[in-house]
Design a protein around this ligand. Structure first.
Ligand code: NAP
Length: 339
């Protein structure tokens, strides 16, 4: 049996739709008929900079679909279950194909209040924010998803609240009870970001990164911010976050840079995936709780923009992302629509 896949042919090469065998699940795995697959910046970065994959590579890391086949020892899933999960950069587990494998222990059932496209907007963004804020490999604020944990009275800051990751960071800070949640983003997203938990949106068109620390002090009445999350990750955003932090404060950053400590402030760079051993235990806990949090409306998916042309439509979507033409939405492809 064969399927359609999107191959990244070679290092720095092009994407092309091709036929490939349908992968069979091994012990502990399920195979998933991929209905929707979200695009992430890492997908165009792999094509542009060549890292982390073997060619020809099937990439794509945000998956929603139907359980197709169940591997040995898997319990709790049946053929046809609607599921979502995070893929990884091993071709059989990539999202840019019609059938993908994933370890069942880090797969969740899609809650009834969202559709496939919305479900596929969640895994990478939520996991990255959750590992950074909640897990022991990040700020360790709530590694067990304990619903009694509360940071009431404390402020937190998210640089880039309209990014996919930033939207989930805002919601996690809200879930953890932070009283003041400040973000730096375009003003046109203000109402939406407030609906996700931001209490203050600093307009990035009006306030320069150099003036950000001062703008934050005005909001917090000079009380120092001890926790920041950088969802943009470039050197300017890193510097602005560190400037805004109190002595001894901690910054989670989505991108690592050469220097990870400054002025007694700690920087934690994160690997936003449940697959590697160092994140797997937290990943298992996360996937136990995430479907419920979404069903209860405590975690809301990204807004989605649907791409046409199945797998062939992904290339144009990635070009738009690379050109900074995607603002406050997640691009979603539908592999079964490939002709
Ligand atoms: N470490 C990890 O494991 C990990 C995992 C996932 C993602 N990442 C990285 O995290 C970053 C965000 O990924 P994503 O998928 O969340 O991005 P995204 O949703 O594609 O980001 C697009 C958004 O970025 C905003 N933005 C761009 N520059 C900004 C700035 N200087 N200040 C404020 N907002 C800015 C844009 O805001 P406007 O609407 O104002 O234009 C736009 O809404 C990427 O660099 C990605 O590679 C890392």
């Amino acid at each position: 049996m064969s399927q359609k896949v999107l191959f990244l042919e070679k290092a720095l090469g092009s994407f092309m739709v091709a036929n490939a065998p349908i992968p069979k699940p091994g012990p502990g795995q399920v195979s998933i008929k991929v209905i929707s697959s979200a695009l992430n910046p890492v997908d165009w970065k792999i094509q542009a900079f060549d890292f982390g994959v073997k060619y020809p590579a099937i990439i794509g890391v945000d998956i929603a679909g139907d359980v197709e086949e169940i591997g040995e020892g898997v319990q709790g899933f049946s053929k046809g279950d609607k599921v979502f999960c995070q893929g990884t950069f091993v071709s059989e587990m990539g999202g840019f194909q019609q059938y993908a494998l994933n370890p069942a222990e880090i797969v969740g059932k899609i809650p009834s209040n969202i559709d496939y496209a919305q479900a596929s907007s969640i895994p990478v963004g939520f996991t990255t924010a959750a590992i950074g804020i909640m897990s022991k490999n990040g700020l360790a604020l709530n590694p067990s998803f304990d619903s009694n944990v509360s940071f009431s009275g404390k402020p937190a800051f998210v640089f880039g609240g309209s990014t996919s990751v930033g939207q989930y960071a805002l919601q996690i800070f809200r879930l953890l009870g932070f009283s003041t949640i400040i973000t730096y983003a375009s003003a046109r997203h203000t109402d939406f970001l407030k609906s996700l938990g931001a209490t203050h949106v600093i307009d990035r068109a009006k306030v320069s990164v150099d003036s950000l620390a001062e703008a934050m002090r005005k909001i917090t009445d000079n009380s120092p911010i001890e926790i920041a999350f950088n969802a943009v990750g470039d050197p300017d955003s890193r510097a602005a976050c560190l400037n805004s932090l109190a002595q001894g404060g901690k910054l989670v950053d989505v991108i690592s840079q050469t220097k990870d400590e400054a002025d007694g402030k700690k920087v934690l760079t994160i690997h936003g995936s449940p697959h590697p051993a160092h994140n797997r235990e937290f990943g298992r806990i996360l996937w136990k709780h995430l479907p419920r949090l979404v069903q209860e409306g405590k975690i809301i998916p990204n807004r989605v923009e649907k791409l046409s042309n199945g797998l062939a439509g992904i290339d144009d979507g990635l070009k738009k992302m690379k050109a900074h033409q995607v603002s406050g939405v997640k691009l979603i492809a539908f592999p079964q629509e490939t002709v």
